[in-house]
Design a protein around this ligand. Sequence first.
Ligand code: ADP
Ligand code: MG
Length: 396
Amino acid sequence: MQTIKDVQLQGKTVLLRVDFNIPMNKDGTIIDDSKMKAALPTLEYILNQGARVIVMSHLGRPKGRPDSQYSMKPLAGHLQSLVKNRVIMATDSIGPAVQEAVSKLQPGEILLLENLRFYKEEEQNDPNHAQQLADLADIFVNDAFGAAHRAHASTVGVADYLPAYAGLLMEQEVKMLRQVLDNPESPRMAILGGAKVADKLGLIGNLINKMDILLIAGGMGNTFIKAQGHSIGKSMHEADRLEEAAQLLQTARERDVKILLPIDVVAADAISADAAWGIYPVDSIPDDKMIVDIGPQTIEIFGAAIRTARTIIWNGPLGVYEYEQFAKGTWEAARAIAESPAVSVIGGGDSAAAVQNLGLEKDITHISTGGGATLEFLEGRTLPGVAVAERAEVLP
Ligand code: ADP
Ligand code: MG
């Protein structure tokens, strides 16, 4: 992969794609700026080389036209509070006003473009739109790992017109995810939970080929518990994926991959703070209750397994961790991962949030910033936004 360390940046104008798709309140206040902070090393590196930087990102889902609710303006102010270099907010992402702003931009200054998705051509990867973005700069740097699974004008299209390089965050993400997928030390374990079962079955399919042990719980686990023949009451699950789940269990047996599912669970009559709940073995879950966490015996078994692992991939909470009384399984798993000497990689916004709530970030080898991008990477797919920095020949 070609990175910003492989190119002379002094005096150049750099078009830098970042993932500033940051959770914000309706009034424009920022809920969590970690994605912005994750891009700062790349931004500062480029500025320190004496380049001008045009920063571009999408924010939310405006429907291909300008929508002030999704303006990047509040982010320009926040970015300015984090860097000493001057930040200028553009009124658009392409066109004469942007060209004018770029022509006035000085080395060491940052121009933040307006939301890329104010144009439908962005997500369509329209070549003409990509060229208009590319014409603003000399070099393209992609640091938006979180958007790397999308082939859009700003992540892929511009690389047809500009030499493309990966930023430092992109480089680190790819390096760490490759390390756990392609060169993992044994025993290798994946812990899978969360809610997006349909999205994640492909992930299990790939991880069965790479891992020694899979722990499956959370909303994901419910489908597997049911596929084992147990009644799961009102639990969230994917009724039309039971056969696929049973097939995956069968494949794992054939390949000597150990799959650990909950043997006991916390089940509640509702997902709410005042719900009545109890602890049940998986073969006697009441019809009127739903699984909301793993039970104490499962916590023991999962914890012991985690402590033997040398490589751990974790995606998805093991229960409805948003409520403290249903968070124990997720927290105990996070603690066991943090205490283990294994190389540990966490993907998924909610799993990362659980670790951050406990203040355990520093004990995790790598917390991925990508949601869908991380999942697709772990599924073994080539991400188009990564591939652009890997083309052997870059265009002049
Ligand atoms: P990530 O963001 O880490 O990829 P997901 O978004 O797939 O994870 O899933 C997170 C959500 O899964 C959380 O909101 C959590 O409450 C929910 N969840 C976990 N276990 C269960 C369960 N047993 N029943 C319902 N929801 C669950
Ligand atoms: Mg999530």
